[in-house]
Design a protein around this ligand. Structure first.
Ligand code: NAD
Length: 271
């Protein structure tokens, strides 16, 4: 059944329970969720999963063409695409406005970039600022914009995407590691502040996932990132597996979970 759900989610099919639009396969019926980084990898899989469970996604990314493809593959009304750069402060209002009249139930801050595994002494100001702008400033501004709206309706869920690099110093380059530690701080601070408003803020920390993010650095991956410090070679996850963790934290199934950083890494982080 789970395989079928994941397959359906990957294919962008709408899965509805036998007894109607309830149950674990339809947790997002009548819900609107903003997903950044929606054109690729984990963000795309998250978008597909939420739509497959009956939800409506405001899909945000830099790449208009890939957003159009994503939109074309889903039923009308289930997806609104916004071509926006999360580092641009002006984009925040545009993203919120795209939701229309419907209340926004969730936010998945998935957009992220790597630093190409650069050590500190090879990190230029430009790389540092760019990585911080996408991985930290973007989630900060979007969360800040949504908190008053979620407070107004007494509830909401935010999921940030952390990383193995949120927990160790040797899983990525310096700028990326700092940015992913920072997103954990943002998660915990916001979870503490807005728990009384029934707004939950959690993070997912994926291990390696088969997406485009490593790009040109794929060959360096095992040498620089895994080799030096890992006894256990981690499973490389399908983006749908991370999307399932994000969807759980966005859904009411995790209603008593707040402020956690959930490893979604096949156990890699236990060693
Ligand atoms: P990906 O490159 O496949 O997708 C990232 C998406 O974010 C792309 O579509 C890209 O266009 C978009 N994006 C980048 N900068 C943006 C901006 N300024 N504004 C709007 N959109 C922007 O990568 P992915 O692996 O799916 O990464 C998603 C998240 O998961 C990132 O935060 C990443 O750090 C994290 N992560 C990935 C892995 C992995 O192994 N793939 C592991 C741990 C954490």
């Amino acid at each position: 059944e789970v395989d079928e759900l994941v397959r359906a989610a990957n294919d962008g099919e709408l899965v509805v329970d036998e007894d109607g639009a309830t149950g674990s396969a339809a947790r997002f019926v009548n819900k609107t969720v903003i997903v950044t980084g929606a054109a690729s990898g984990i963000g795309r899989a998250t978008t597909q999963r939420i739509i497959a469970e009956g939800g409506r996604v405001i899909a945000v990314d830099l790449f208009a063409e890939r957003l159009s493809e994503l939109s074309a593959a889903h039923p009308e009304g289930s997806i609104v695409t916004v071509r926006a750069d999360v580092t641009d402060p002006q984009s925040v209002q545009e993203i919120v406005t795209a939701a229309g009249e419907a209340p926004i139930d969730g936010l998945a801050n998935v957009a992220g970039i790597t630093d190409g595994h650069r050590p500190l002494h090879e990190t230029s100001d430009e790389i540092w600022q760019k990585v911080m702008a996408v991985n930290v400033d973007g989630p900060f501004r979007l969360t800040r914009a949504l908190i008053p709206l979620m407070r107004g309706r007494k509830g909401g869920a935010v999921v940030n995407v952390a990383s193995e690099a949120s927990m160790r110093g040797n899983a990525a380059g310096t700028a990326y590691t700092v940015s992913k530690h920072a997103i954990v701080g943002l998660t915990r601070s916001a979870a503490f502040l807005y728990a009384p408003d029934n707004i939950r803020i959690n993070a997912v920390a994926p291990g390696p996932v088969a997406t485009g993010i490593e790009g040109a650095f794929a060959s360096e991956f095992s040498e620089r990132r895994i080799g030096p410090f890992m006894r256990m070679i981690p499973p490389v996850a399908d983006p749908a597996a991370i999307a399932a963790s994000i969807a759980w934290l966005l859904s009411d199934d995790s209603s008593n979970v707040n402020g956690v950083v959930l490893p979604s890494d096949g156990g890699w982080s236990v060693q």
